[in-house]
Design a protein around this ligand. Structure first.
Ligand code: B12
Length: 482
């Protein structure tokens, strides 16, 4: 493509992660809310910069930029294109902001991308003033939009992977094929975020700050019905270990990261690739602590040992339930025994273990919740979260619950897997459990796990300094405040 330098005034594109307070994001766990850089718009900015466009990122989270200030600053800056990212929690706010911006900046093209609009393009576009929605992976689509705007020939019909308004209807163009060669992509434009040190990841998930996070693959081949896989689909694409370590090196040397977290859906899907990644970290002399999320059926004792030797200190497993029937209904593809074996193997390898559970599946009872809590307590887990099943609007489970008249409200700001158990309003409840009962069960599950004297003693023995104590204290306050 033509370099932008040939153009007198580069097209200016602002990419925005909209405001969301700690309470809105993390409900009862507001004081330990996870604030991390939004990689999606970082990738898009990088692709735009590489093509010569002038891209900026406004991440409202770390500095708490409020809606009126965001609108005022965008109205003053007058970018040619403004792109927003949004999950289900932020989509109503993004739409509200889009309406205000449309009034103030009628000439500016307003674009929305991210998981929510990918799942539900028609409804989302109809509710706000965005001109275009980008469905799925956004790098190439946004680039084509920017080129077309620069050349004053924007015709959405010719761009795959978008939704737009035509004659009062929302029209979708054919889907955009997935990016196959992830190594060919630039790294997220991290220099456009606020400094890494301003972000605040959840306490029990890091040892040293600043923490940088990385995605080494896209797509997940599994079928868990509580998860939204619409953006990257079931088709997995992986980056080479060398390319991943190049990004880690940049994170450390340029952005000052002292620790790294791999946020892939299934980090250890290919054990050989992870062993090679560990070897590459060693070859480059990168001895920094790191952590990852993965599945219980995708780790072996030798791999966990290799990871530990390469700097891994924590592994997080989606164990989801201690009740076999719930696991089956979730289509998780693991058994309770596999979950137990993975935790024990990771613990034996000297790793800190984090676990995620999902409570509230159709068919869940107070008894099955107890089974899950007892299962968690029987294992050497260092930190866990009991999430509430969130039926993402647009997915199969949501459609089914809606047909059965079981969606309690459609205020998406409350569709939160980490609800406020005092003031939050749950959108779905399993049959036979009332809202107060379920909220009480969630709070009690966390308290039963964390407030055990044996557990507290074990964690205190592992304390490595005042930083750990402060982090544990914040976590403790969140638990007793539930
Ligand atoms: C890391 C992560 C987090 C981190 C960091 C979030 C952040 N600041 O980015 C933390 C833990 C803080 C987090 C929080 C939440 N998360 Co989260 N998170 C993820 C995870 C695992 C990776 C996100 C990521 O970086 N992906 C890589 C980038 C490249 O992908 P992307 O962001 O989707 O962007 C691509 C496209 O969506 C699109 N795109 C995105 N934005 C834009 C904007 C424009 C203008 C354009 C053109 C295109 C575009 O192009 C991008 C590049 O291809 C995803 C699952 C996944 N595999 O993606 C879940 C996921 C995004 N999270 C999800 C949810 C529900 C949440 C929470 C609500 C849960 C909670 N209460 O904690 C909050 C939301 C509030 C928030 N944003 O903080 C859901 C969203 C489902 C939905 N329909 O909304 C996902 C999909 C998990 C799942 N499978 O169900 N999350």
């Amino acid at each position: 493509m033509t370099p932008e330098s040939a153009n007198p005034r580069p097209l200016r594109i602002a990419l925005v992660n909209p405001p969301l307070s700690a309470k809105e994001q993390a409900g009862s766990f507001a004081n330990v809310a996870n604030v991390m850089p939004p990689l999606g718009i970082g990738y898009i900015a990088a692709v735009l910069l590489r093509a010569g466009f002038d891209a900026t990122i406004i991440d409202c989270r770390p500095r708490g930029i409020a809606v009126p200030d965001l609108i005022a600053s965008l109205a003053a800056d007058r970018p040619d294109i403004i792109g927003f990212t949004a999950t289900v929690l932020e989509v109503a706010r993004a739409n509200e902001i889009s309406r205000a911006l449309k009034e103030r900046l009628p000439e500016t093209l307003l674009v929305l991308g991210g998981p929510h609009v990918t799942t539900l393009p028609e409804e989302t576009l109809a509710r706000g003033a965005f001109d275009l929605a980008v469905i799925g992976e956004g790098e190439q689509t946004m680039l084509e939009i920017a080129v077309a705007v620069r050349e004053r020939r924007l015709d959405p019909t010719s761009i795959p992977g978008v939704a737009y308004r035509r004659d009062g209807h929302i029209v979708l163009t054919p889907p955009r094929p997935y990016i196959q060669d992830l190594d060919a992509m630039p790294f997220p434009a991290r220099h456009l975020y606020p400094p890494l040190a301003e972000y605040r990841p959840i306490p029990a998930s890091y040892r040293r700050l600043p923490l940088g996070h990385v995605m080494t693959s896209r797509g997940c081949p599994f079928q868990c019905i509580f998860c939204d896989r619409k953006v990257f689909g079931n088709h997995v694409r992986m980056r080479s270990p060398a390319n991943v370590v190049d990004e880690i090196q940049e994170l450390v040397e340029v952005h000052g990261a002292r620790e790294v977290k791999f946020f892939d859906d299934t980090f250890t899907l290919d054990n050989d690739r992870i062993a090679e990644l560990c070897a590459e970290l060693g070859r480059r002399g990168l001895r920094i602590p790191w952590s990852c999320l993965t599945r219980a059926n995708l780790v072996t004792a030798p791999l966990l040992m290799t990871m530990k030797q390469a700097g891994c200190w924590q592994v997080a497993f989606g164990l989801e339930s201690g009740d076999p029937e719930m696991l089956k209904r979730m289509k998780k593809g693991i058994t309770v025994e596999q979950g137990r074996a993975a935790v024990l193997a990771a613990h034996a390898a000297g790793l800190n273990v984090r676990a995620y559970f999902v409570l509230g599946m159709p068919g869940e009872t107070l008894a099955s919740i107890r089974r899950t809590v007892e299962f968690a307590k029987s294992l050497p887990i260092d930190a866990l979260t009991f999430y509430v099943l969130t039926l993402y609007p647009g997915n199969e489970l949501y459609a089914q619950a809606k047909r059965e008249g079981r969606i309690l409200h459609e205020d998406y700001t409350q569709f939160n897997p980490i609800p406020d158990v005092r003031e939050g309003r749950l959108a779905y409840l399993p049959e036979g459990i009332t809202e107060p009962e379920f909220k009480h069960a969630i709070a009690r599950a966390h308290r039963d796990f964390y407030l055990r004297p044996g557990y507290i003693a074990r964690q205190l023995l592992a304390v490595r300094g005042p930083g750990d104590l402060v982090r544990y204290w914040r976590g403790f306050l969140a638990i007793i405040g539930m």
